[in-house]
Write a protein that binds this ligand. Structure first.
Ligand SMILES: [Zn+2]
Length: 441
């Protein structure tokens, strides 16, 4: 994620957040976003109805259901399929969790990160001022979500703890950040550090490579790509079309700079190519966050899958048009990390339009689940919010969006990712069962 959450969610840093209790994070986001004051008032009434003090109520799992219910009441629309009992009675809440889990138990989080490295990031020593803008943003975010040491806590150990053990995530797909010009000549998250995630949890994770930009030299880029495949056995790429070189960026449809990379991917059997689109953050430039360069690349490399991370939000309409007007297209995907997280609690109407547009135009087979954790802490609140989220009827009628059925939810949560990464659901599920068993033992 890459957007200044502390300005967007006012007072978040003062809310109670335990990084192991994802519900609290979700509740806090509802209470500090655009509807915060109205939702906060309703939380008092709901705490009273549950016979609890406000503080205990907010810290309990009922608080998150109550916040979703309050958002429905404040907006006058049913964005969340939550019954009143789930916000007042712990047995009803547990029953609802059980039912939701049974309906969508296979979750592939296509967008996750660790965010540190040995030596970390020190201004003027191994990190430039521009490089620090991004670190600072992520540091603040991590602290607001209960990770006391910010990015330093976004390490390999917490990846396992917060994503694989404490949330319902079955498989985590993770990728590094590059931008080495800003980080003392070394990638912000070097491959040799992040590979520790896969080494520890080989059955529950999928590793993508990153930090490639042809502006560092095409020959060097192709060499690194070959090395990633040979030494790290990568399962795809997640790239950035803005970069930290003097050229500032590049495009996927550049026949001289980019096409040789896709041709090499083809030879090496690297099929899934993601790119950060939308959310122009920190030190980077918005023009490279647009996705029109996917158009020609997707047509010229039909055997590769192109995945727009963040779904190009707030330019998701441009992405949707690349399929809406070209229904023959079968290799264009989107991923909703940070986009869903940043909108669902504070601008649910926008969230419904974004998801509705993607599901209608790209289609339910091409939308992928992602949370951008560890940047947003434990992802469980996002999983629960998506299990409950719905596009209200009045938007379905007016815009032709599909209703989010249990089948669509399962596709987005895991089946689409399993298809393109060839994940064996049964073995991933048994690895998950083992992990949870050892965590609670
Ligand atoms: Zn990310």
């Amino acid at each position: 994620m890459e957007f200044n959450i502390l300005n967007h969610f006012k007072g978040l840093e003062e809310m109670p957040t335990d990084p192991l209790k994802a519900d609290e994070i979700g509740t806090s986001l509802f209470m500090t976003g655009n509807m915060g004051p109205q939702i906060s008032k309703k939380m008092d009434e709901k705490a009273k109805a549950a016979g609890m003090t406000r503080r205990n109520f907010i810290k309990s799992s009922l608080g998150f259901s109550a916040a979703m219910l309050a958002a429905n009441e404040v907006t006058g629309k049913r964005f969340f399929e939550v019954g009143a009992a789930e916000a007042a009675d712990i047995d009803a809440k547990n029953e609802a969790i059980h039912l939701a889990r049974a309906s969508s138990d296979f979750i592939v989080d296509v967008h996750t990160h660790v965010c540190t490295r040995p030596g970390h990031y020190q201004l003027g020593v191994n990190t430039s001022e521009r490089g620090m803008w991004f670190v600072q943003l992520l540091d603040d975010l991590g602290k607001a979500f209960g990770m006391a040491n910010g990015t330093r806590d976004m390490n390999v150990e917490n990846y396992g703890k917060l994503i694989l053990e404490e949330s319902d995530t079955t498989v985590g797909v993770f990728n590094p950040f590059g931008f080495r010009e800003h980080y003392g000549g070394e990638d912000m998250i070097p491959m040799e550090y992040q590979v520790g995630v896969r080494n520890k949890w080989p059955k529950s994770t999928i590793m993508l490579a990153g930090g490639l930009t042809p502006n560092q030299g095409l020959g060097e880029t192709l060499d690194r790509l070959r090395m990633y495949v040979a030494d790290y056995k990568i399962s795809g790429l997640k790239l950035y079309t803005f970069d930290a070189t003097p050229q500032k960026g590049w495009w996927f449809d550049d026949e001289k700079l980019a096409y040789p990379i896709w041709e090499e991917c083809r030879k090496l059997g690297v099929k899934n190519i993601g790119c950060h689109k939308g959310i122009p953050f920190g030190q980077f430039y918005a023009r490279y966050a647009h996705c029109e360069d996917f158009d020609a690349a997707a047509d010229d490399f039909l055997d590769l899958n192109f995945i727009a991370y963040h779904s190009a939000w707030p330019y998701h309409n441009e992405l949707a048009a690349l399929k809406g007007f070209k229904p023959q297209r079968k290799n264009l995907y989107c991923e909703i990390g940070s986009t869903f997280a940043a909108t669902v609690t504070s601008r649910p109407l926008e969230c419904a339009h974004v998801l509705g547009t993607l599901l209608r135009d790209l289609g339910p087979d091409y939308v992928l689940w992602g949370t951008d954790s560890l940047l947003w802490g434990n992802p469980q609140w996002q999983i629960e919010a998506f299990r409950k989220f719905q596009i209200p009827d009045e938007l379905i009628e007016g815009h032709g969006y599909p209703k989010i059925t249990p089948e669509i939810r399962r596709k987005v949560f895991g089946e689409n990712a399993a298809r393109i990464w060839g994940i064996d659901k049964q073995s991933a599920m048994s690895a998950k069962a083992e992990l949870t068993a050892t965590a609670t033992a």
